[in-house]
Design a protein around this ligand. Structure first.
Ligand SMILES: C[S@@+](CC[C@H](N)C(=O)[O-])C[C@H]1O[C@@H](n2cnc3c(N)ncnc32)[C@H](O)[C@@H]1O
Length: 333
């Protein structure tokens, strides 16, 4: 009964009236508005308010998304903004973050950075997979996996001959037993270790099957792999042809950083242009002789790494783009 009525309306009503009716229905259903499909000359207000027909108007193929700041009275954005400013209709600096935002902001910033890094390796055609060292609750692994959803569309050089398989795999490393025993003298004097914030068994959250189930809801099983065990052991199991375009390092300790990254540089597994994110760069009061800062200093020296700092992010992270190092592999054509 409804369908014939819908069809009759769809064929008899002018297109802009139909658009208006559908928009009202979507607003009632809490759905986002439809894009305005007509040329700029027939604004939504005139036709919708009058119910007048624009049957003769051309449906624009290119859809111009109307901005909330667009005025139809000929004023420019500056005029509108200054008027709103004088009328105190704009948010004041003190109102930018509510107390509810405050807790989530650091995590949002991390997710944003990881998302942009995945987009960077795709747009810059950096060769290889993505690794995360330190998965704990799977928060950052989920952010990376979600960012990889569009790899197929974003990796022009990465498609298989059939065009079906994006080449990047998300390789997730963790003991799933929390932090290791803290044996290195560098870590033993670090404030986070002395305070007990970092201790053996700390940061144990998800078991491997739980992480697998989480990530398996985002990308298919052939696009990710879990490496269960200590970094020093599991990195050795990577086949020699493995390459990384992006590494998210979140294993906290100096020793864990070295255990993961020394073998990867030694084996030439880090590609030209790869982006390395260090989540705990500013841990331990950012003392340069602790944690990831000390590890990076030693890695740069050991492998003559040339890299650019890609900027700090969130409250504790920084990232580097690798240009070259001793033993860097030639890129595939
Ligand atoms: C801060 S948590 C990671 C947080 C995680 N990225 C998240 O989003 O929930 C640190 C993780 O590193 C792991 N880890 C640290 N050192 C390790 C090592 N040497 N080998 C294996 N896992 C290690 C711990 O088990 C822990 O899960």
């Amino acid at each position: 009964m409804l369908d014939p009525l819908k069809n009759a309306l769809a064929t008899s009503l002018p297109p802009d009236v139909l658009y208006w009716m559908r928009s009202v229905k979507r607003a009632i259903m809490f759905e986002p508005p439809l894009p305005w499909p007509y040329g700029p000359s027939s604004g939504s207000s005139s036709s919708a308010n009058t119910g007048g027909s624009t049957q003769g108007s051309t449906l624009a193929l290119a859809i111009a998304a109307p901005s909330v700041d667009d005025a139809d009275d000929g004023r420019i954005i500056q005029d509108i903004a200054l008027e709103k400013y004088s009328a105190r209709q704009l948010p004041s600096p003190g109102a930018y973050y509510s107390y509810a935002d405050i807790l989530i902001l650091p995590a949002q910033e991390i997710a944003k950075t990881l998302t942009l890094c995945v987009q960077y390796i795709n747009s810059a055609h950096v060769n290889g997979d993505i690794a995360e060292f330190g998965t704990m609750g799977g928060f950052s692994a989920r952010a990376i996996a979600t960012s990889m959803v569009f790899d197929l569309q974003r990796q022009p050089l990465g498609k298989s001959a059939s065009g079906e398989n994006p080449f990047r795999i998300l390789r997730l490393f963790d003991s799933f037993e929390g932090l290791p025993e803290i044996t290195s003298p560098v870590d033993q004097v670090a404030p986070h270790v002395i305070s007990g914030a970092w201790a053996k068994g700390g940061c144990k959250v998800l078991a491997a099957p739980q992480l697998r189930a989480l990530i398996g809801k985002i990308i298919p099983p052939h696009r990710f792999q879990l490496y269960e065990g200590w970094f020093a052991d599991t990195v050795k199991t990577l086949p020699p042809e493995t390459r990384f375009a992006m590494i998210h390092f979140d294993g906290d300790l100096y020793q864990s950083t070295m255990d993961a990254l020394v073998p990867l540089f030694e084996r030439g597994m880090i590609s030209t242009g790869a982006i390395l994110c260090f989540d705990d760069w500013n841990a331990n009061r950012a003392i340069p002789t602790t944690g990831e800062r000390q590890a990076w200093k030693e890695l740069v020296e050991m492998f003559a790494i040339e890299a650019s700092n890609g900027g700090d992010y969130s409250v504790g992270g920084t990232r580097f783009i690798i240009h070259s190092y001793r033993g860097i592999p030639a890129d595939p054509l």
